[in-house]
Write a new protein. Structure first.
Length: 243
């Protein structure tokens, strides 16, 4: 386990942010969402975005939720998340990629992605950039997961059940948090429910069972075969390793 340094400006999660850059993670702070705070809610929900184009995207996807929980959005590693999200979006909106999408469904595009030698130099350069920013983002998400585990182990959420919901790289943060909790004692009751959406984690990862054991209630791992953002990032990584 790492030793992380936090500022505790007040009680609870909203008083928690990193005192300085720790473990290469740049930014780690909880933002309160909605009007459910300080009302004696029994449960806490932490919501983690994975693809963002501006800082508001850490909160915007979760604004409409109304699940009677005390809700917080985790804002983390803004600079790198915005960089990788923008790089992938730029690829998807390029003229050639748009034409591929018109000609067929996801498998057509993914097949073309693997034929790297047929790509124009501009698109190959784009995948190099996607791969480099994606690699950094994966590293930061793993470290942010360890930070989140430290927060939960420190009891800053109070003695209340925690629900964790995240998509894309945010889902990976949660998965790594659960892995970290699995390495400690007496942490199995901290997390009640988990929802992972489009998590960039191999389904054959050997730690899925250990992560599941850290969740006392429901554990949902959802994905879509039409997740273009995740598909491009993984294929860019594959091309980098192959060629």
């Amino acid at each position: 386990m790492y030793l992380f340094v936090f500022l505790a400006a007040g009680a609870g999660l909203t008083g928690t942010k990193m005192a300085r850059r720790v473990g290469s993670v740049d930014g780690f702070e909880f933002k309160a969402i909605g009007e459910t705070h300080n009302q004696g809610r029994l449960g806490v929900e932490i919501l983690i975005s994975g693809f963002v184009f501006e800082e508001e995207d850490f909160i915007r996807p979760w604004d409409g939720l109304n699940d009677n929980l005390e809700r917080y959005a985790l804002q983390w590693e803004s600079k790198n998340l915005i960089a990788v999200s923008t790089a992938i979006q730029d690829w998807l909106t390029s003229r050639i990629a748009m034409e591929l999408m018109k000609q067929g469904a996801m498998m057509t595009v993914m097949s073309a992605l693997l034929t790297a030698l047929a790509w124009p130099a501009t698109l190959l350069a784009a995948t190099d950039f996607i791969d480099s920013t994606w690699t950094i983002a994966i590293d930061r998400s793993d470290k942010a997961g360890k930070l989140l585990a430290e927060v939960l182990l420190g009891g800053l959420q109070g003695n209340r059940p925690v629900t964790l919901v995240g998509y894309s790289l945010g889902a990976r943060v949660i998965y790594k948090c659960l892995e970290c909790l699995a390495e400690t004692e007496h942490s199995a009751e901290l997390v009640e429910r988990v929802v992972l959406l489009g998590a960039p984690i191999p389904i054959k990862d050997e730690n899925w069972e250990a992560a599941r054991e850290m969740v006392s209630g429901r554990f949902v791992n959802a994905y879509s075969r039409n997740d273009w953002m995740l598909g491009v990032a993984f294929r860019a990584r594959y091309i980098k390793l192959t060629y």
